[in-house]
Design a protein around this ligand. Structure first.
Ligand SMILES: Cc1ncc(C[n+]2csc(CCOP(=O)(O)OP(=O)(O)O)c2C)c(N)n1
Ligand code: SF4
Length: 533
C-alpha cells in the first residue's frame, strides 16, 4: 500500500488506472479536467487516452471500449453530461461489459461554470447507481468499487464529485493495481442493439435491477448510521464533512451518512423513527430531501433542508451554513476578508482575441444594432468593456445556431464568434445547416490553436486543418477569409471583416494566432527537453 497527497480528481484518476482500465475519454471542463490529466500523465503504454471532440463522443468511445471487454472511464464537468445525455441514457439499457465508470464533477457556486446542476438527478433519471464520495480516500476507494460493481451488475456507474472535493488535497492510501483485461470478442448484439423488442427487454432488466441496487446501498460500508440524540441529520457526500465539523462530538445528534444512490431506505427509516426532526444536508439540489418529503411529508416529523429553507438553495455548502441551520453559533469566528481590491476577469494582455474583437467592432462602427452571438471560452470575456463584442453565451456551440435563428427572425447584421475547440465540440453541426441555407451571417472562428480556457489542451482542428475542415463542410471558398489578428494588421483586418459583414449570405472568417500562454508553454517544454538531452 502506498500513500500520496491527492486531489479528489487525482484520486479518481489513479483509482481508474489501478483498476486496470484500457482507456480514458474526456472533454476538458473545470472541475473535472484533472481526472483525465492524471491518467494521461501516469498511465502505462497499454492505456489509451483521448481528448474527445465533445462529451457525447467521449461517452460513446468509453462505451465502445466497455463492449469490447475492457474497463473504461469517461470524465466530464456537469454540463458535459447534458451533451452526453443521449448515449448515457441508452447505456443504462445496453449495460456495460468491461467496467464503465462515468466521473462527473458538479460545480455548486458556479466557480467556473455557466450554471449549477446536480448530476445525482441525472443518475436517478437514468436509473443507474451513483456513488458520491465524501473525501479523497473515498474518491479512490469508491472508484475502485465502481469498476467492480459495474461489471457485477453490467451497468455503468456514476461517480459524482463537487468542486471543493475535486480540487482539494488529502492523504490517500492506495491498493495494489489490478491487471488490465484483454479484448472480449463475445458479441452481445441483443443487448447492445436497442431495436424496440431488445430495448423493452433491456429496460425491464434495468427496472428489475433497482431492488438489487437498493439492497447494495443498505449494506454498503460507504454509508454509516450513528443513532444517538433525537436531532437527526442526513449528510450526503462531501456535506458529511461540513456536518462533522459543525456538530463535532455533540451527542444530541444522530447522523446518517449517504454516499450511494439509490439511497439506503431502511437506514433512512431507522434514523427518522429514532429522531424527532431531521435536517438533510446535501450539495446541489434538495435531491434527497425532496424524496423524503414527497408530496405529503413524513407524518409527525419535521424534515428540513434546502427545500424547507433551513439551508440556502444555491451555492456551496459550508460548515457555517450547517451550524446556522442547526441553531448553533458560527464556528469560524473569522470575519470574511474585506477590503481586498476587486479584480474583474479580463483577457490577457497580448491575447489574439483582443485584436480580433477590435477589428470586428471597428468594422461594425456606425451599425445601430448588430446581433453579436458568442459562445464559451476565453473570448466570452469580450462581453466586457472595452470590447462589448459579445451579447450571448448560453451553452457550447450555441453561437452559430442562435445566430441562424436570429437571421431567420430578420435580424441584420448578425455576427457570431466561436473558439476553435467550441467549434469542433458542437458548432460544426450548426454551421452545416447555415451553409446549406446560405444564411445571411458572418461566423468568426477564433482559432488560437488550443482549448485555452481549461488550461491549454490540444485542439482538434487549427490552422490549415481548420480551413480544410471548413471547406469540407461546404463553406464557399470566396467567403472563407483568413485574418492574422495582430495590431499591425488592424486596418486590413477591419476592411476584410467589413466586406464580409456587408456580403448578403454566409461568410466564415478564421482569425488564426496562437494563445500567448500556449506559445510560452511550448517554448518552456522545448527548453526543458533540450536541457534534459
Ligand atoms: C458542455 C461543456 N463542456 C465543457 C465546458 C468547459 N469549457 C468551457 S469553454 C471550453 C472550450 C474553450 O476553448 P475554445 O473554444 O477553443 O476557446 P478558448 O478558450 O481557447 O478561447 C471548455 C472546454 C463547458 N463549459 N461546457
Ligand atoms: S489564456 Fe490565451 S486565449 Fe485565454 S485570454 Fe489568455 S492569451 Fe487569450
Amino acid at each position: 500500500m502506498s500513500m500520496e497527497m491527492l486531489l479528489g480528481d487525482e484520486a479518481v484518476g489513479l483509482a481508474a488506472l489501478h483498476s486496470g482500465i484500457g482507456g480514458a475519454f474526456s472533454y476538458p471542463g473545470t472541475p473535472a479536467t484533472e481526472i483525465f490529466e492524471t491518467i494521461q500523465a501516469r498511465k502505462g503504454k497499454d492505456v489509451s487516452t483521448i481528448w474527445s471532440a465533445n462529451e457525447k463522443v467521449a461517452y460513446e468511445e468509453a462505451l465502445g471500449m466497455s463492449f469490447a471487454g475492457k474497463r473504461a472511464i469517461v470524465s466530464m464537468k456537469h454540463v458535459g453530461l447534458n451533451v452526453a445525455m443521449d448515449p448515457f441514457m441508452s447505456s443504462a439499457l445496453t449495460g456495460a461489459r468491461g467496467g464503465l465508470v462515468l466521473a462527473v464533477a458538479d460545480d455548486p457556486g458556479m466557480h467556473s461554470s455557466q450554471n449549477e446542476q446536480d448530476s445525482r438527478c441525472l443518475g436517478d433519471f437514468a436509473q443507474i447507481p451513483v456513488f458520491e464520495p465524501s473525501n479523497q480516500q473515498e474518491c479512490y476507494d469508491m472508484t475502485r468499487e465502481a469498476f467492480a460493481m459495474s461489471e457485477r451488475w453490467a451497468l455503468p456507474i456514476m461517480i459524482r464529485l463537487v468542486t471543493r472535493l475535486a480540487h482539494s488535497r488529502a492523504a490517500v492510501r492506495m491498493r495494489p493495481a489490478e491487471h488490465a483485461k484483454g479484448v472480449d470478442r463475445a458479441i452481445d448484439w441483443h443487448e447492445w442493439t436497442l431495436l424496440p423488442p431488445n430495448a423493452r427487454q433491456r429496460y425491464r432488466r434495468l427496472i428489475d435491477m433497482q431492488s438489487t441496487l437498493h439492497e447494495y446501498s443498505e449494506h454498503s460500508a460507504f454509508n454509516a448510521i450513528e443513532l444517538r440524540g433525537p436531532k437527526g441529520i442526513i449528510a450526503c457526500g462531501l456535506a458529511h464533512n461540513y456536518v462533522r465539523e459543525a456538530i463535532e462530538d455533540d451527542a444530541r445528534y444522530s447522523l446518517l451518512k449517504i454516499t450511494t444512490y439509490p439511497p439506503p431506505i431502511r437506514q433512512i427509516r431507522e434514523l427518522i423513527s429514532h429522531c424527532d426532526e431531521v435536517l438533510v444536508v446535501e450539495e446541489g439540489y434538495p435531491f434527497l430531501e425532496r424524496q423524503l418529503v414527497g408530496l405529503l411529508g413524513v407524518h409527525g416529523k419535521l424534515i428540513r433542508g434546502k427545500r424547507s429553507g433551513a439551508l440556502p438553495p444555491d451555492g456551496e455548502m459550508t460548515t457555517d451554513k450547517v451550524r446556522t441551520a442547526l441553531g448553533l453559533p458560527l464556528a469560524s469566528g473569522q470575519p470574511a476578508a474585506t477590503g481586498l481590491p476587486a479584480r474583474p476577469p479580463r483577457l490577457c494582455d497580448g491575447c489574439p482575441h483582443c485584436d480580433t474583437f477590435r477589428a470586428m467592432m471597428s468594422a461594425l462602427e456606425g451599425v445601430q444594432t448588430p446581433f453579436l452571438m458568442s459562445d464559451i471560452g476565453c473570448y466570452t470575456l469580450g462581453a466586457l468593456p472595452p470590447y462589448n463584442a459579445v451579447q450571448t453565451c448560453v451553452d457550447m456551440g450555441a453561437s452559430i445556431s442562435m445566430a441562424h435563428g436570429a437571421v431567420r427572425a430578420g435580424a441584420r447584421p448578425v455576427v457570431c464568434t466561436i473558439g476553435d475547440s467550441t467549434f469542433t465540440h458542437s458548432g460544426m453541426t450548426a454551421l452545416i445547416g447555415a451553409i446549406r441555407e446560405n444564411a445571411d451571417m458572418t461566423v468568426m472562428i477564433l482559432d488560437n490553436g488550443t482549448v485555452a480556457m481549461t488550461g491549454g489542451q490540444t485542439a482538434l482542428a487549427t490552422g490549415e486543418s481548420m480551413i480544410q475542415l471548413l471547406l469540407g463542410l461546404g463553406v464557399p471558398r470566396e467567403h472563407l477569409i483568413e485574418i492574422d489578428p495582430m495590431p499591425k494588421h488592424h486596418e486590413k483586418n477591419v476592411e476584410l471583416v467589413r466586406k464580409e459583414i456587408d456580403h448578403r449570405g454566409l461568410s466564415v472568417i478564421v482569425a488564426c494566432r496562437p494563445c500567448i500562454h500556449t506559445v510560452r508553454k511550448v517554448k518552456k517544454e522545448a527548453a526543458a527537453a533540450a536541457t534534459a538531452e
